[in-house]
Design a binder for this molecule. Structure first.
Ligand SMILES: Nc1ncnc2c1ncn2[C@@H]1O[C@H](COP(=O)(O)OP(=O)(O)OP(=O)(O)O)[C@@H](O)[C@H]1O
Length: 600
């Protein structure tokens, strides 16, 4: 386990994002400091008034003049407080926006393997509430901490200068307060982090439940989901209560100790004054200064808590930002050779893949060549690694050994932008974004205007997604999570159109037509074959009718390709192929003993 970094070191890393806002934050801090110093000046004026015009000279004019000076100082202090607020109102929002943008950019850059491990709620809570906490601390917590510390130092200095005996008495109170502060820090930093992690888990539960609301309702598991939520919400509440108690204990102590010490100091002060060792003016000034100093002392608990909250939030933010992307662009990228009208050659040699979470080889030495322009079907039992194999081509995952080459170039030697404009993929479970049909189809291209319209028309035509023109707003109809719900088959066809619209050299289809009826699937496959001449296609298929339309079929078995050939040839020569086709299609609903009849 990595050793936790110190609070200062962690918070110092925020300067990277805070730099543009620092001049304004510093100016805000200076005005706050000015206001505090003015507050500290008032007792000194009081001392002069009491010792001079009031007690010695008995001058009414002098007292009025002194009162006017105090009033002037008060007005100036109020003005500086207003300036502080105005200066610190906006800079934090810029810091928050920049940090949020950087985090989102990094999330988009991180490989699929990272997103397999991290829940949406934990990322969401980092990008929303953690950054809010950091913003509040950068503008308010940080400046107030600096100003309060400076006020304390100057104030205690003035108190010592006014009366070193009374000053020392006051300082005795600092000993238990420092000890309490250390204890508070140790307790609070643990619960501060815990509360944030629990809030992230809670967000994950909400996200999963909302996402799977149909399943919960259909299975009548709403109450269970609620129980789960309430339990997590209770855990979070317990932690928040613990946090509040820890803070209120220290806040009480930081309020009570200085007051008690002042009572003792008052006793000493009166004795010193009666003995003539301290002037009345100095006594008044000492206690007026102490009243000013007590404010920052009482605030220290709250400011320390804000700082520890900000530390926990920054830790969580940096935890993601410090995760390096394992799928990166090469230092010296190679360009793909110009596209051959006949298509691209795709070659997998000795490919091994172990899932980053561990376990055994999912792919254990794949050797497979797709000739230019060929359509190859990939067939294997469920869980045999077909999706995994497809995902290695556009580097959604990287091979753990061996290589994937397109036209002779290792995909790891290409920039990801080049690779992904050459390779396109459609998944079985398509994700559509909350945007119009047109925008969804054009997701992978930068085309605009009439050329884009023509591309959309062509892609929808090949994918037999003509239904899109009949939607309420035609191709402008918003679909996806916030829009019109499409059927599974409709979604698959829009996703297929999206994959085609990239005009890729290599098209990967992960059973993208499984929700279609056999006739439509055959029609789409035939159309794909006719239209996509010059595109090398690898399609995961499970219906004999689709497989039969491929030029060749590759059989994936135990992490290896155990047969490559024409459908008819494999059907007669490859028992596992026969078994897989039967198991996956004709006997979809069959019982195990029925499957045994065809098992090789
Ligand atoms: N994120 C993951 N973490 C760990 N193991 C995984 C992950 N994704 C897939 N696997 C494992 O990899 C193996 C292959 O999965 P894959 O999805 O490639 O199979 P498939 O042949 O496409 O299956 P299907 O036909 O059911 O879609 C499975 O055993 C699966 O459990």
């Amino acid at each position: 386990m990595p050793t936790p970094e110190s609070t200062t070191r962690v918070l110092l890393r925020l300067r990277h994002w805070a730099r543009p806002a620092l001049p304004r934050i510093a100016l805000g801090g200076l005005t706050a400091l000015g206001a505090s110093l003015l507050a500290l000046a008032v007792p000194q004026v009081l001392r002069v008034i009491v010792n001079g015009p009031l007690l010695t000279a008995g001058s009414q004019r002098g007292v009025v003049l002194g009162a006017l000076v105090v009033l002037g100082l008060g007005v100036l202090e109020a003005f500086l407080v207003w300036c502080r607020r105005a200066l610190l109102l906006t800079p934090g929002t810029g810091v928050e926006r920049d940090m949020r943008t950087d985090l989102f950019r990094h999330l988009l850059d991180l490989p699929v393997e990272f997103h397999d491990r991290w829940s949406g709620g934990q990322l969401l809570s980092r990008i929303m509430s953690d950054l809010g906490t950091i913003r509040r601390w950068t503008v308010f917590g940080l400046t107030m901490l600096a100003v309060s510390s400076a006020t304390l130092v100057v104030g205690i200095g003035l108190m010592l200068a006014t009366s070193w005996v009374l000053g020392l008495v006051y300082l005795v109170g600092a000993v238990p307060m420092i000890w309490l502060g250390f204890r508070f820090r140790e307790d609070y930093k643990v619960v501060a982090r815990q509360a944030r992690d629990q809030a992230g888990d809670l967000a994950t539960t909400v996200e999963e439940s909302v996402h799977g609301i149909r399943v919960l309702k259909a299975f009548g598991r709403g109450d269970d989901a609620l129980d789960d939520f309430v339990r997590q919400a209770d855990d979070l509440r317990t932690t928040e209560v613990h946090k509040a108690r820890t803070l209120s204990r220290v806040s009480f102590a930081l309020g009570a100790i200085p007051e008690a010490i002042l009572a003792v100091a008052l006793g000493f002060g009166v004795v010193l004054t009666s003995r003539g060792e301290l002037s009345v003016g100095a006594l008044v000034a000492f206690f007026a200064t102490a009243a000013v100093v007590n404010g920052p002392v009482e605030r220290l608990g709250m400011l320390l808590a804000m700082t520890l909250d900000a530390k926990a939030a920054t830790d969580r933010y940096l935890q993601v930002m410090d995760t390096a992307s394992t799928v990166r662009d090469p230092q010296d990228p190679v360009a793909l050779p110009a596209a051959d009208p006949a298509g691209s050659r795709v070659e997998l040699s000795g490919v091994h893949f172990v899932h980053p979470r561990g376990g055994s080889d999912i792919l254990a030495g794949i050797d497979l060549v797709l000739e230019p322009g060929e359509t190859m079907a990939l067939v294997g039992l469920t869980g045999s690694g077909k999706t995994t194999l497809l995902q290695l081509v556009p580097r959604l995952y990287d091979v753990t050994a061996g290589s994937v080459r397109i036209d002779g170039v290792d995909v790891r030697d290409l920039t990801r932008a080049d690779l992904r404009s050459a390779v396109s993929i459609a998944f079985e479970d398509p994700i559509l974004f909350s945007a119009s049909v047109r925008e969804n189809v054009l997701l992978g291209t930068d085309l605009t205007g009439p050329a884009a319209d023509e591309l959309v028309r062509e892609a929808l035509d090949v994918a037999r997604a003509g239904f899109a023109y009949d939607l309420p707003d035609g191709l402008d109809t918003v679909i996806g999570e916030e829009g019109l719900s499409l059927s599974g088959g409709q979604r698959q066809r829009v996703a297929l159109a999206r994959a085609i619209a990239v005009r890729p050299r290599v098209l990967l289809l992960d059973d993208p037509l499984s929700a279609l009826d056999v006739t439509t699937e055959t029609a789409v496959t035939l159309r794909l074959r006719r239209m996509l001449t010059g595109t090398t296609t690898l399609v995961v298929a499970h219906r004999p009718s689709t497989v039969a339309l491929a030029d060749r079929v590759a059989v994936l078995e135990d992490g290896r390709i155990t047969g490559v050939g024409r459908h008819e040839d494999l059907l007669s020569s490859h028992p596992h192929y026969r078994y897989v086709l039967t198991a996956l299609s004709a006997l979809d609903d069959a019982q195990p003993d029925e499957l045994a009849e065809v098992r090789p």
